[in-house]
Design a protein around this ligand. Sequence first.
Ligand code: NDP
Ligand SMILES: O=C(O)C1=N[C@H](C(=O)O)C[C@H](O)C1
Length: 237
Amino acid sequence: MKVALIGYGAMGKFIEQRLLEKGHTVAGIVSLDQLKDINEVKDDFDVMIDFSNPANLSMLLDYATKNKKPLVIATTGFSEDQIKSIYDASKLAPIVYTANFSLGVTVFEEVLKMVTPILKDTFDIEVIEKHHNKKIDAPSGTAKMLVSAMNQDGEFEEVFGREGVAKRGKEIGVHAVRGGTIVGEHSVIFAGEDEVLEIKHEAHSKNIFANGAIKAAEFLVGQEPGVYTMNDVLFSK
Ligand SMILES: NC(=O)C1=CN([C@@H]2O[C@H](COP(=O)(O)OP(=O)(O)OC[C@H]3O[C@@H](n4cnc5c(N)ncnc54)[C@H](OP(=O)(O)O)[C@@H]3O)[C@@H](O)[C@H]2O)C=CC1
Ligand SMILES: O=C(O)C1=N[C@H](C(=O)O)C[C@H](O)C1
């Protein structure tokens, strides 16, 4: 598989190594101090993998739709309008879009879909995420994704950085911690009267994200246009 890499920061450098180890080729790197535009990548490639910055999204969606190129989007911190533009573009190009490529978080979402309807009326729900001190967006994309998994019917308001009392059944509180080299931790706390259920995922290495994104890219080559999830990548036949 020939890959165009977007972003050459912590994840971009990491995934480049993993791609080469797995026998794939890096056709070009687009980043602030490399090629500036995906159109400048001269070698042909099969798929784009984006671990960069929301500022690059429209360039990547333009390229994907005009050239029918598969796009793996790992970047987080998009606006609502940008997220809508991903779904619009997916009518013309195959896209995997997820804020977390790990198996554990993919399963975490399914567990939340099962547990939340049972506890939502009698327990308060709070999400705590922890990341390294270089992360620019908060709350994390994964925290937002976990809230969405719990909020399928749109009945909760997401409250970031709580002030005042928690409104049980109406709000999900979200809290962000930044420090050191924490790779990524996400906890969902269901707090009831005299009991607490806490479900937690810890990333111990960026490997899980790099390997998941490469699996997603391998899956995406040859797929029809559409937005695919990690559930599709990991569990579809
Ligand atoms: N979905 C997932 O599983 C995961 C997603 N991520 C997400 O991937 C993204 C990248 O993470 P990470 O590698 O740790 O971040 P870094 O800050 O280390 O790297 C970001 C890269 O994007 C480049 N970049 C390109 N265009 C811009 C721009 N307009 N403004 C700023 N930077 C730009 C930066 O260039 P330069 O180096 O020149 O500054 C840098 O190479 C984040 O959004 C993060 O949340 C991270 C891990 C897992
Ligand atoms: O920036 C990171 O590092 C990470 N970002 C993703 C997010 O925002 O959820 C995924 C992971 O937690 C690491």
